[in-house]
Design a protein around this ligand. Structure first.
Ligand SMILES: Cc1cc2nc3c(=O)[nH]c(=O)nc-3n(C[C@H](O)[C@H](O)[C@H](O)COP(=O)(O)O)c2cc1C
Length: 353
């Protein structure tokens, strides 16, 4: 599937934009592990227009992570168009994405992000202004939700209106703003948008993709052109490999394309326990190199805390607390190595059982 001229291949799996998560280090890692395209954290258009340093830093991209999308948010056409020009000039992103889905109060409550869903004429005006400002240079896309609340699930009409503004793809998170992150994502309306014969732009489905099985369902049952994975990447960036492997058809497998299970990447077979532990360590080191020791470790804590790798280890509570409190890389890696041994013991016990 293609966004503008960017070819993302068959059934692409994308890394969702996530504030405080999808910095350049994490994006690079996810690309290496199979994400077909990665998204930046969202960037405030007002801050960009004012040339605020912290926001300008979010525009840093490197060639190895391409294709990469930069996402901006705001609530007025003028600053959004100006910010779009700044993004294109400074970062040369492959895609420029507009955020009309952020539910958090300090954004949506002020009318930006998902708040735009309460002012569709303005949302469309912004989209047209940005497409006009940069659409000739970079494909403009939109990421949004089903609507503001249960009574206003406007996505089917909105998708057509957005397409008419000239966007090149639409990402739909299958929840309303009111739902925040509660309940299960509802993919039925995403499927409905995709089946609408008037819609010809790619539709990217998002919400609760946590396994290859869910990914297959998203493509086969709801017919989306791509899927986007967010929270399931926490402490599990290899989910891209798990999903892309899962999506490979039986036929491809039989034709000998094979899975990566036995392939060695560095010292360990891909997707083996040791390989996963090494990936998490690499993530810590990348983060430390980019920030500093204290902040780098802090930045990866969310991933260590959420990692499914450490779930189910007997009597792990104290070790886990130590892991999340570690302040130096040496201390943290010693705990991770101890955990690796525990995992090996578990694996051996499983085989004996
Ligand atoms: C910590 C966090 C930060 C997020 N930041 C953004 C963001 O900057 N821009 C955006 O469009 N969505 C953001 N989201 C929403 C995700 O992109 C995604 O739509 C949502 O998590 C649902 O997908 P999932 O079920 O795969 O996690 C964020 C979500 C989380 C959990």
């Amino acid at each position: 599937m293609k966004i503008g001229n960017i070819d993302l291949g068959e059934r692409p799996v994308l890394l969702a934009p996530m504030e405080d998560v999808t910095d350049i280090g994490f994006r690079l890692l996810c690309r290496r592990l199979g994400a077909a395209m990665v998204y930046s954290e969202f960037v405030s258009c007002d801050a960009l227009v004012r040339m605020v340093n912290k926001s300008l830093q979010k525009l840093e991209v490197c060639d190895e992570e391409r294709p990469v999308a930069i996402q901006i948010y705001g609530k007025e056409p003028g600053p959004m168009a100006e910010a779009a020009r700044i993004v294109v000039e400074q970062a040369h992103p492959d895609v420029l994405d507009l955020n009309f889905g952020c539910p958090v109060k300090k954004i949506a409550g002020k009318g930006a992000g998902a708040g735009m869903l309460q002012n569709v004429p303005k949302l469309l005006e912004i989209t047209r202004a940005v497409v006009e400002a940069v659409g000739a240079d970079v494909p403009v896309t939109v990421k949004t939700r089903l609507g503001w609340d249960h009574e206003h699930k406007i996505i089917t009409t909105l998708a057509e209106q957005l397409q008419d503004c000239g966007i090149s793809a639409l990402t739909i998170h299958g929840r309303t703003r009111s739902q925040l992150y509660s309940d299960q994502a509802d993919w039925t309306l995403i499927g409905e948008v995709k089946r609408n014969p008037r819609i010809h732009i790619p539709i990217i489905g998002n919400g609760d993709i946590t396994s290859a099985e869910r990914a297959v369902e998203a493509f086969e049952r709801y017919g989306v052109d791509a899927i986007m994975v967010g929270r399931a990447t926490f402490g599990r960036p290899w989910i891209f490999k798990e999903i892309t492997e899962g999506l490979k058809s039986e036929e491809e497998r039989r034709q000998g394309a094979g899975t990566d299970d036995k392939v060695t990447d560095g010292t360990h077979p891909v997707l083996s326990l040791d390989w996963k532990v090494d990936i998490l360590k690499e993530q810590v080191l990348t983060s430390v190199a980019r920030l500093d020791e204290r902040r780098g470790i802090w930045h990866t804590r969310r991933h260590l805390a959420a990692s499914p790798l450490f779930k189910g280890i007997p009597d792990f509570r104290q070790t886990r607390i130590r892991m999340l409190r570690a302040e130096t890389v040496d201390e943290l890696f010693e705990i991770i190595e101890h955990t690796r041994e525990l995992l090996h013991q578990m694996e051996q016990n499983d085989h004996v059982d």
